[in-house]
Structure formats: structure tokens, C-alpha cells
Design a protein around this ligand. Structure first.
Ligand code: SF4
Length: 388
């Protein structure tokens, strides 16, 4: 295997100047070099920067963290809103964590928001880092994000290796193993290909190729500048790469959720613990259904165990499925009437009663946002039926 890897590496190094040149030439015409798509990559006067010009690190740092695990089209409106509300590192450092999470609501992988907020506390007291080590010392920044920030901001000659780049390189070489098992080799390929005179442009071109041409399913090989050298294309079925380890089916769980209403018409929400999935986000309380348990019993039990309250479980409000990267959940949500017990945060950071119209002041994960919409619809229908 080592012999094969070094032969692959030699082949790629020999072709690197030609591949690099053809990729940047393709990008000049077809890349996403558009202020409407990547505003953080443009100077204040609306120009793409010349090699010797630097860009504002703040906007690029925020964009790069948002782009981890998330596509450009999804990130763009979030980034614009963020830059209006939190336009500087000082504004981010001074904001509360809930304000920051509100800006992040719906983007997923919520620990990224907390880490940005943590990093801002450090960055407001120092100059922007000028090295990989300086950036990776910050929370939530790995090697590829750091390299992407430095090459974008300062045109530093640093290779990148995100999921898109791994896919393109795995296909280019028809690599026989999952990229994650050969990380060092893939980094060496990205480094060999990097245009030392235009690293900013080259890295943007590589990302654009992965996002728009060499896509996960059905790559558009006829439009690809690397087609003539691509081993996966020559093999006739590029979809066979990257090779993956056989994946296990995702575990499935049913979660009973209670939207508990008190006599004042307020609903009960709790804030998840900081550590773990969706850390620090607010949600309606609930928990896993046990084998053989009716969902109404699940909800009553979970609210007793986690909040020390007694409720009467009423009609179903909504049922919805939601997939995370490591599990699939079905939420079955019932309206509940609060009967007894002062709510206590036995398994959360805090609990509070909130008027339904004030729920938008709290950051909720995506599945809970759909529950809120169902609740608001239900209350509106209820009001209309009382009026008629
Ligand atoms: S030829 Fe096809 S598979 Fe190969 S790098 Fe280009 S788009 Fe990807």
C-alpha cells in the first residue's frame, strides 16, 4: 500500500503545475467569484483582492466556521444577518450567548456558535493570528479552517482539506481507501497542487470545483477542467469514489415531548446543558419512549423525572421526524396541562414559563421551531373557534 501511495504521490506531483493552472483558469470563468455569493471574499470597494491585498479577517472567520458542515447557499443569509447584528469581534464578544445562538438558530451543530463566542473573548484582546498554530489554538478551528482563513485573508500559501476537497482528490486519483484513513497523503496532494503564487484563488477554485462540478452525486465531469487526468472519470463511474467504510444504519428513537401550558397561558421551556448535542439551546421538555410504553406515559414520566412536575397529557399537537448525523428521531408532541409542582431544572440549565408570542426570543433547534409553528397555528385556530 505504501508503494502504491508514493507512486500516486509522484504521479500527482508531476501533473501538479498543469492541474493547478487549468483549475484556476476554469475558476476565472466559472467559479463563484461573485460578491452576491461570497461577500466576505471581496474588498470594501467591491473588488476581488489582488495577491498582495488582505481582507477583513472577521467576516472570513465567521463565514468559514458557518461553512463547516453547511453549504454556501444555506450560510449566505445567516452570514448577512450576523454581520448586521454582530459586525465586529468586539460586538460578538460583548453579546450574550443567547443572542449569539439566536443568530445561529437553524444552522445546526450549535457548539460552533458557542465556540465563536468563546474565541471572540480571546480575539478582542489580541491581534488577529498570523499562523496556523495561532488559529488552531482558538476553539472550533481545525487545520483546514485555519488554512482557509489565512489563505483567504492574507493569500498565505497553505493547503486546505475539507470534505469537498477530499472527494475531488479521491476521484482524481481513484484512491482505493476511504480518505479519512489516509489523511496525511491527502494533505500532501492538496499541498502539491497548491498554486504558490495564487494560493487564495487556487483554494477558492478547489472548493468551487467540489461544490459545483465534482458534487457528491452525479458529478458534471464534462464540465471539469481535470477530466483528462481524472482516474475515476476514466474508470467510467466516478460515483464509486470516494470509497467509504460500510455504514451502519442510524439508530431510531421516539421522543415524547410535552408542550405544558399553565393557567396564565404560558408554556414551559428548558435550556439544555452546555455540553453535548444542541448544548445551550432551548426546547420543550420530553425524553425517550421506553419499550412497551404509551407515548402519553412517556411524556408524564419524563416531565416528572426531569422537571418534578405533574401534568395531564392532552391531544397530540404534531409528530415529526428529524435526522441528525448519528441518529434519527421521531418527536411526538402533546399539549399538556400543568397540574402540580414548581418546575425544577433537574436535567437542564434552567426552566422558564414563556408567553407563546415570546418564544421567538429564545434560540431553539430546528425540530422545536416546527413545534412552535404548530403551537401558534393551534392557538390561532382555537381563538378563531372561540370567536365564531
Ligand atoms: S472528472 Fe468528474 S470525477 Fe473527476 S474530478 Fe472532475 S468532476 Fe470529479
Amino acid at each position: 500500500m505504501r508503494q502504491r501511495s508514493s507512486a500516486e504521490h509522484r504521479d500527482l506531483c508531476a501533473l501538479a503545475p498543469e492541474l493547478s493552472e487549468s483549475l484556476v483558469a476554469w475558476w476565472e470563468v466559472h467559479g463563484r467569484k461573485d460578491p452576491a455569493l461570497k461577500p466576505w471574499m471581496f474588498r470594501a470597494d467591491g473588488r476581488w483582492p489582488a495577491p498582495e491585498e488582505a481582507l477583513d479577517p472577521y467576516g472570513i472567520w465567521i463565514a468559514e466556521v458557518m461553512l463547516q458542515q453547511t453549504q454556501l447557499a444555506v450560510v449566505l443569509p445567516y452570514w448577512r444577518r450576523w454581520m448586521e447584528v454582530l459586525p465586529t469581534v468586539e460586538a460578538l464578544a460583548a453579546a450574550s450567548l443567547d443572542q449569539v445562538r439566536l443568530q445561529w438558530q437553524g444552522l445546526g451543530y450549535y457548539s460552533r456558535a458557542r465556540r465563536l463566542h468563546d474565541a471572540a473573548q480571546t480575539l478582542e484582546t489580541q491581534r488577529w493570528p498570523r499562523s496556523l498554530e495561532g488559529w488552531t489554538a482558538l476553539p472550533g478551528i481545525g487545520r483546514t479552517t485555519a488554512a482557509s482563513i489565512l489563505s483567504s485573508v492574507f493569500n498565505d500559501p497553505l493547503p486546505i482539506l475539507d470534505g469537498n476537497v477530499k472527494r475531488v482528490l479521491a476521484r482524481l486519483k481513484a484512491h482505493p481507501r476511504p480518505p479519512a484513513r489516509d489523511d496525511a497523503l491527502f494533505w500532501s496532494w492538496s499541498e502539491a497542487l497548491l498554486d504558490p503564487l495564487r494560493p487564495r484563488d487556487f483554494n477558492q477554485a478547489l472548493m468551487d470545483l467540489g461544490a459545483t462540478v465534482c458534487t457528491p452525486r452525479q458529478p458534471s465531469c464534462t464540465l471539469c477542467p481535470w477530466r483528462l487526468h481524472c482516474v475515476a472519470y476514466a474508470a467510467g463511474d466516478p460515483n464509486r469514489w470516494p470509497v467509504t467504510d460500510a455504514s451502519k444504519p442510524l439508530p431510531f428513537q421516539v421522543i415524547g415531548v410535552g408542550v405544558v401550558v399553565n393557567a396564565a397561558g404560558e408554556v414551559l421551556i428548558d435550556q439544555r446543558l452546555e455540553e453535548g448535542l444542541l448544548g445551550g439551546m432551548w426546547e420543550f421538555p420530553g425524553g425517550k419512549q421506553e419499550v412497551g410504553e404509551a407515548i402519553e406515559a412517556t411524556i408524564a414520566r419524563e416531565l416528572r423525572e426531569e422537571l418534578a412536575i405533574e401534568v395531564q397529557v392532552g391531544e397530540q399537537l404534531i409528530a415529526l421526524d428529524h435526522a441528525y448525523s448519528h441518529k434519527k428521531l421521531r418527536f411526538v408532541v402533546h399539549l399538556c396541562r400543568w397540574i402540580a409542582g414548581e418546575p425544577k431544572p433537574l436535567a437542564s440549565q434552567q426552566v422558564c414559563w414563556v408567553k407563546p408570542q415570546s418564544l421567538s426570543d429564545y434560540p431553539f433547534p430546528a425540530a422545536n421551531a416546527r413545534m412552535i409553528a404548530a403551537l401558534i397555528d393551534h392557538l390561532r385556530a382555537d381563538t378563531l373557534s372561540q370567536l365564531s
